[in-house]
Design a protein around this ligand. Structure first.
Ligand code: HEC
Length: 115
């Protein structure tokens, strides 16, 4: 086999494997920039900030509240998708209409990773 043809195709298949692995563990490393893109796209920032309470709780306070709670990630994904009230007060959060499961999973993972 000729090294010139082996090189690029091996690289391409490694990149493919890497991107498939990344898609399977999309939550492994969510950057703040990824999260901010999503919170801006879906209007979360109208009611939430990272460190300050606005209409809704600060993302850091949410992380604190659920620290060590292994079921929180899934519950909060559902809560963001369907909205609700009663955990932080009487003000309701509206459902995140049009947000994909992947985006919701990404942003909730990022919120819970804050300290
Ligand atoms: C109109 C204002 C508003 C918008 C827009 C909004 N939220 Fe909220 N959010 C709230 C309020 C109010 C609460 C507190 C709800 C409660 O007390 O149960 C909350 C709570 C939360 C919680 C904690 C839920 C719990 O049960 O502890 C998370 C996580 C959250 N919001 C994420 C998001 C994300 C992500 C978005 C964007 C997709 C978003 N929010 C958009 C107002 C909003």
């Amino acid at each position: 086999m000729n090294v010139k043809t082996l090189g690029p195709s091996t690289l391409a298949s490694q990149l493919l494997v890497a991107s498939l692995l990344y898609a399977g563990t999309v939550n492994a490393a969510v950057t703040e920039a990824d999260a901010m893109k999503i919170t801006s796209q879906y209007g979360c920032q109208a009611c939430h900030a990272t460190s300050t309470k606005l209409v809704g709780p600060a993302f850091k306070d949410i992380a604190k509240k659920y620290a060590g709670d292994k079921t929180a990630e899934e519950r909060l994904q559902k809560k963001v998708k369907s909205g609700g009230s009663g955990v932080w007060g009487t003000l309701p959060m509206p459902p995140a209409v049009g947000a994909s499961d992947a985006d919701v999973a990404t942003v909730v993972h990022w919120i819970l990773s804050l300290t």
